[in-house]
Design a protein around this ligand. Sequence first.
Ligand code: GLC
Ligand code: CA
Length: 532
Amino acid sequence: MPWFENAVIYQIYPRSFKDSNGDGIGDLNGITEKLPYIKSLGVDAIWLSPIYKSPMKDFGYDVEDYRAIDPIFGTMEDFDTLVSSAHKLGLKVMMDMVLNHSSDKHKWFQQSKLRDSKYSNFYIWRDKVPNNWKACFGGSAWTYDPERGQYYLHSFLKEQPDLNWHDEQCRQAIFDEVRYYLDKGVDGFRLDVINAVGKDPELRSNPFMFGETPRPYDMQNHIYDRNTEYTHEYIRQLRKVIDQYDDRALLGEIMIQGKGQMEQSASYTGENNDELQLCFEFSLVKQRLKASNLRKVAGKWYKLCSLEKGKTPCWVLSNHDVPRAISRAGGKEPIARLLAVYLLIQRGCSVVYFGEELGMLSKDFPRKEIQDPLGKRYWPIHKGRDAERRPMQWDFSENMGFSTAKPWLEPNYTKRWHLLTVESQETDRDTMLALYRALIKLRKERKEISRCDAVFCDSLPRGMLSYRFVKDGKCTVVVLNMSSRWHRISLSEIAPGCDGMEIALKTYNKVNLSIENGEILVPPTLGVVLTN
Ligand code: GLC
Ligand code: CA
């Protein structure tokens, strides 16, 4: 089985993980230092948000040079050390490849401004603004460049011009940057907004749509600047590039609208499984985290990415762009524990966002302290993404052990912060951290989880979610009581045909629970995993 088919991936936002040189910003050596901790979680891989040389207008998602490490994060040598140390520990390393756009400081763009250069068509230039496209981070998607005397397209900031994937030379240059890291031994890539790379060649205007927010970008149906047939074709080409290497993975960020577009997300695995091996599905980022939604989304995701079709579903609840799942669920740890079970006891690949394993919370910043360009522009409609990028909470020392200097974003000193550090959770057996470790261990031990798609039990009371994996007489059954009531449920209902079921894990160890006469009485907001 390729490594990514049953992997737990740990996402690191490098600026916020660990500062090794006392400048208040996390860096590569900080990550290397903490690899043993990451390994101790039982995860298989790390994914690093961008670390390339960048003017940091979008904190690294504006790449000036794909082959250079930004001095803030360290050197290429530090990167190589990080990769080899991770590999020694048996951890895979995934880079974040931002290939829809570059920074306006990138050599390609600088040269593209001079019309008769080799890079002339590397970006999308027009004499007049050709359509109604909006930039995700505000304003028109078109900006005039006096040097070239034309408008260029940028789907995000004006400092992030979109690369022109229709240009063969441009595409080959992009693939060369990817090869550079494949040659270095990187195990895969998370691909930033990859469903936006192939723009409609006619640049037609998007139709109007009532969106999720009044932001002009959300009031359009993105049928011409995203999800075109060209995008699929270019992704197939990219897949061929990585298939020339052994065991490398592509995990795509698929931008969606409304409450989710699951078919759209799944389509990027390719009709013939020749596109991305893994795709993010963000419906649950946009919907309330209640049992019925989890059931709907998971059921559909298993169908779209079934074993039968040869696909691998990918599971995610938090990342650097949205408030953490625990905060979306009202900051309640018992619910976050249920979500942890849901995230990790699944077939496929699960992605954990750093600090999720501690129950770290998102907390907004006052307007004047906002650093994220999105928040600066759209406060208070969108308060920006700083809240979920606050520093990792290591211990009780200065700045929670993140840095000896003033951190670029202030750590989240909530009332309960002293319970939400690695140091405080390491020693206790009933912490969130212990639960994450136990869940990952169980997921690895129980082979049936990686060998079949979940089957759901739909006869339980509202607020309950139960699903199971059954293979060759071995069963793993998940039961999540997301309601505020006690529920008595019978094993014959949740685990039909499975003999000898026992309680393998509870979201709180200390809660007394037993199987009596083939039934369990599950307390409110408790999760149980049963095995035989
Ligand atoms: C993706 C990234 C986000 C970034 C944007 C533009 O959505 O996850 O952080 O701002 O792309 O690159
Ligand atoms: Ca630093």
